[in-house]
Design a protein around this ligand. Sequence first.
Ligand code: SAM
Ligand code: DTB
Ligand code: SF4
Length: 325
Amino acid sequence: MIRNNWTIEEIRSIYYKPVLELIHQASTIHHQYNTTGEVQVCTLLSVKTGGCSEDCSYCPQAARYNTGVEAHKLMNYEDVVNKALDAKNGGSTRFCMGAAWRNVRDNSDFDKVIDMVKGVNAVGLEVCCTLGMLTEDQAKRLKEAGLYAYNHNLDTSDEHYGEIITTRTYDDRLETLNNVEKAGLSVCCGGIIGLGETDEDRIKLLHTLATRAQHPESVPVNALVSVKGTPLEGKEKVKVWEMVRMIATARILMPKSMVRLSAGRNDMSYEQQALCFMAGANSIFTGEKLLTTPNPDFDADKEMFSLLGLTPRESFKAEKEAVEI
Ligand code: SAM
Ligand code: DTB
Ligand code: SF4
């Protein structure tokens, strides 16, 4: 049963279980609802980097912090489609284009992104974008161009949000998520751990995600990549047990969602990642870079897939299964 009426107390009692018991429960649920060992392989591309007006304390792309990230204007169509072809040849099935924008504006850059969505769709990849806040009309335009999913993270709890970002509100984020849903796009929405939040903040974030009328189709769980020059420079590294606890609880609450082991893999051993897959993670980002920070290289991930017996998930699997039924 997929439930949308989880209470905070229920989530607490799952989250605080002894970690091995938690992994066991999550693993059992994962086995019931999904093909275990199957991992969705996604690739990120920053199509517009840096110079962002927002003050997200974790982000190397905010113009106000001196992080050494070189700002670039919007990439051109051919380069983006070539990157998508590379990603497909490397075994990726989802391609996510990120822009360091506060929100989408109805200008020629958005027209160009619409063309990129069409081009990447024609390559045969599930196309995802993460472009900041969107109106319903903009979401509809993206959908019509062939966009599959839209990534827009809540990052942390409503209560902790103001400590991390002051240039927009939690409600702004929720409004965009609603616009994305209204346009019939898949929602990709998750958070970051290691921002200085409490366990209670993590539980509240999970509660917000798991009590949406429809669970997000994918839930990225990011560990903070602490970048020099940001206000969160030097934050203590997230422990693997914290990642596992977050992933396992997300898996139990949202059994059918893709739970993505996102930022932070570069600092994790195969064994640590294996624990995350046991806890129900079934999606990753591959490729040498996330948006601006390093990610494990292609050969290392290939070796990990082989060692752990993981298989890449085919593209558009949910649609294919729906047709078969
Ligand atoms: N500008 C758009 C927005 O903020 O929605 C899209 C791009 S933004 C970089 C996408 C997501 O990356 C953020 O919501 C955040 O969750 C994640 N992110 C950014 N910097 C990160 C970091 N240093 N460590 C972990 N996750 C990070
Ligand atoms: C998500 O949740 N994580 C990705 C993707 N969605 C856009 C981004 C992680 C960014 C990490 C910092 C960087 O590389 O700039
Ligand atoms: Fe800008 Fe997005 Fe980075 Fe915030 S997370 S500073 S909105 S690019």
